[in-house]
Design a protein around this ligand. Structure first.
Ligand SMILES: Cc1cc2nc3c(=O)[nH]c(=O)nc-3n(C[C@H](O)[C@H](O)[C@H](O)COP(=O)(O)OP(=O)(O)OC[C@H]3O[C@@H](n4cnc5c(N)ncnc54)[C@H](O)[C@@H]3O)c2cc1C
Length: 384
């Protein structure tokens, strides 16, 4: 790589100010390192600003993944305390509106309780007492978890760099596209360069700019999700905990341990193949502005187009109306997001040069896992 006179020297440089990059920058600064953070945009506009804001440990398989998720949760709460960011420990309810959803929830609940997690089955009335948004029609019960948090991604992604600057002494460079990274040095498209002992490349679903050859053989996939949000609900109306449907049981790894899951999957595949076709399961969260965030769908690789499908939106709204009731369904905004996902690993990791760590692709769990994964990465680096 071309060597130019560096602007400055740091212990750690992080490329990408999405949640993965922010997490790595924060954890490095907490460990006393001098950190510089880069993003090519004026503000990170990738997957991290487009999500539900669900910190969702309940989707992680019990054991190591759950432990990382719980560590992440701890760090989110610490971040909230230090930064005054809005982090709502709202918990979650998986709603059961079909007979075959209850046994999956019961099986999972008993496994999770065995691991000491704060989960419990709820009767129909208990669900309705906790959430005015649960649709009572056909409701059979649900599973409550205390673990989930709600954050506002738009506020966190905009605000966390300020927090890093003010409270952790991190230097940031937005509007700065990094085009070359090698051991100890990185260079921007305008020719400026910086030195850093360690460099984390947290470039999200951009597989083209840095280390394209590393990504070629990685098995990483791109996934596109369609999302919506309502106007703020009137008079301070709140949904209570995050809400997930029985369809969600098909989506998260945690439920693969449940013997009854296969029958549920078969039923959905037979009854509503259009949901499998677009990877639709439905969930709702509510931010501090009172807006309800609704989604989502999953289209992969070659299926990705720049255009959103009205068919997907109609299917999501159809399924959402079966499980929740909102005072105001008026959709104020629609968008899609793309994340990178590895088929097996929690996050894809490569070290293409000495001290250069490519760290991308936490899939649909980046808000949930990034703080814990960054914490783990730094332990691995410094405590071996
Ligand atoms: C619609 C949607 C809903 C989701 N819901 C949830 C949820 O509720 N809970 C959850 O846990 N997860 C959720 N996820 C997943 C989560 O959002 C992602 O896993 C996470 O945001 C990925 O973060 P990232 O930092 O890797 O990527 P990004 O947020 O895309 O950030 C990458 C950043 O790198 C920058 N960059 C790239 N290359 C360069 C370069 N060469 N130079 C400078 N800058 C560069 C980009 O500008 C970008 O800002 C959702 C994802 C989507 C899309």
């Amino acid at each position: 790589m071309t060597r130019t006179q560096p602007e400055a020297s740091f212990d750690v440089a992080v490329v990408g100010a999405g949640i993965v990059g922010l997490a790595h920058a924060w954890v490095a600064a907490r460990r006393g390192h001098r950190v510089v953070l880069f993003d090519r945009s004026p503000q990170a506009h990738g997957a991290s600003i487009r999500n539900f804001g669900m910190v969702w440990p309940i989707g992680q398989t019990l054991g190591v993944c759950m432990e990382i998720a719980l560590r992440s949760r701890e760090l989110w709460l610490e971040f909230a305390e230090q930064s005054r960011a809005w982090v709502n420990p709202c918990g979650s309810i998986h709603l059961a509106h079909r007979e075959d959803e209850l046994p999956v929830l019961e099986e999972f609940c008993s496994l999770a309780k065995g691991d000491g997690l704060p989960v419990r089955m709820l009767s129909k009335q208990e669900v309705l007492d906790l959430s005015p948004a649960a649709n009572p029609s056909g409701l059979l019960g649900g599973m409550h978890s205390d673990l989930e948090l709600c954050v506002n991604p738009r506020e966190v992604i905009a605000g966390m760099p300020e927090f890093l600057i003010e409270k952790c002494g991190v230097e940031t460079h937005f509007n700065t596209l990094i085009t070359q990274v090698g051991s100890g040095q990185l260079t921007a498209s305008d020719g400026r360069s910086w030195q850093a002992d360690r460099i984390f490349v947290c470039s999200g679903s951009d597989f083209q700019t840095l280390f394209p050859r590393v990504f070629l053989g990685s098995g990483l996939r791109k996934c596109k999700l369609q999302m919506m949000r309502t106007k703020p609900q009137a008079s301070g109306w709140r949904i209570g905990p995050h809400l997930a449907s029985g369809l969600t049981l098909r989506h998260y790894q945690s439920f693969t341990a449940c013997p009854s899951l296969e029958a549920l999957k078969q039923r959905v595949a037979n009854e509503t193949p259009e949901l499998d076709r677009f990877g639709i399961h439905v969930m709702a969260s509510q931010n501090n502005a009172g807006e309800v965030i609704l989604g989502d769908s999953h289209e992969y690789d070659d299926q990705l187009t720049p255009f959103d499908k009205s068919q997907i939106e109609a299917l999501m709204l159809r399924e959402l109306a079966k499980i929740i009731k909102l005072p105001d369904w008026e959709i104020a905004e629609r968008w899609h997001g793309v994340y990178a996902k590895h088929p097996h690993a929690l996050i894809f990791y490569a070290e293409p040069a000495d001290g250069v760590h490519v760290t991308v692709g936490p899939g649909g769990a980046g808000m949930t896992m990034s703080f814990g994964l960054a914490d783990q990465a730094w332990r691995d680096i410094e405590e071996v």
